[in-house]
Design a binder for this molecule. Structure first.
Ligand SMILES: Nc1ncnc2c1ncn2[C@@H]1O[C@H](COP(=O)(O)OP(=O)(O)OP(=O)(O)O)[C@@H](O)[C@H]1O
Length: 261
């Protein structure tokens, strides 16, 4: 469903060119919830933004469904982007528009008629359990509700994949779980392939079946999420797992037998 071959990307800065992604290879199957985990600065956001060409890769090929994204430009690229839903850490909602208008926006851009838009927006707001908020403005919503609007907007055009750029990082743990559960439901109900980036093992553990570990712009490990927990191979994966082990052993030292169980 998503194939990335030989993707590299550098940024020009006042200090010169810095290479942020180095020969990335990825293969995400249809129906996967695929998590890319890495520490801050590893290149996660750059990678996910290259997938829909919000960032322009230097080299490499990106295929999503039947489309070779890296071969498209102009109107063809804009059309292909309509089938790539994306959600963001800071939600990126239009503050001057209501919930209804935010979700309707990509459908208006897609040129659908008003009756279709009305039916689709109501259907999607029902799916994300926000039907009672259609006339509210983003400023009147909680963080979790704002992200539900973000998800509804991303789903409006019936995308083939959903990209999540740290979508739960700005949310408290309880709200994070409710959003992750919603993404899981959407994956199950719609069979939608989800690719997410995160720096939280919890997120990976909670919803992903497959993962890749990114370290200094390179994919250093891929496989199932269970493999990451039981047999971490890369330095980054081992650092993530060590953080959990240290936390558990400290709790054990403070609380004794049964701590953390
Ligand atoms: N527009 C830019 N211009 C120059 N350097 C950039 C730009 N965007 C990102 N970088 C640099 O590229 C590297 C990777 O950044 P990126 O945001 O992709 O990492 P990340 O893994 O998503 O980090 P975080 O978890 O902190 O968001 C960092 O060193 C960052 O400073």
């Amino acid at each position: 469903m998503i194939t990335v071959e030989g993707l590299s990307k550098s940024y020009n800065t006042v200090q010169g060119s810095i290479q942020v992604l180095d020969n990335i290879q990825l293969n995400v199957r249809k129906g996967d919830i695929f998590g890319i985990i890495g520490f801050s600065g590893a290149g996660k956001s750059t990678l996910i933004r290259c997938l829909n060409r919000l960032e322009e890769p230097d080299t490499g090929r990106i295929l999503i469904g039947d489309e070779e994204i890296t071969a498209l430009k102009g109107a063809a690229l804009r059309k292909a982007r309509q089938k790539i839903g994306m959600i963001f850490q800071q939600f990126n909602l239009l503050d001057a528009k209501t919930v209804y208008q935010n979700v309707a926006f990509p459908l208006e851009v897609g040129g659908y008629d008003k009756a279709h838009i009305r039916t689709r927006v109501r259907e999607i707001l029902d799916l994300v359990q926000l039907s009672d908020k259609e006339n509210s403005y983003p400023s009147q919503l909680s963080g979790g509700q704002k992200q539900r609007v973000g998800i509804a907007r991303a789903l409006a055009n019936d995308p083939t994949v959903l990209l999540s750029d740290e979508a739960t990082s700005a949310l408290d743990p309880e709200t994070t779980y409710s959003i992750l559960e919603l993404l899981k439901d959407i994956n199950r109900q719609l069979g939608l392939t989800i690719l997410l980036i995160t720096h939280e093992l919890d997120v990976l553990q909670h919803i992903c079946n497959q993962m890749a570990v990114i370290e200094k712009g390179r994919i250093v490990e891929t496989g199932t999420v269970d493999k990451l927990f039981f047999n971490p191979e890369s330095q980054t994966a081992q650092r993530f797992i060590n953080i959990i082990h240290q936390y558990q052993s400290r709790r054990f030292a403070v609380e004794g037998v049964g701590a953390g169980i």
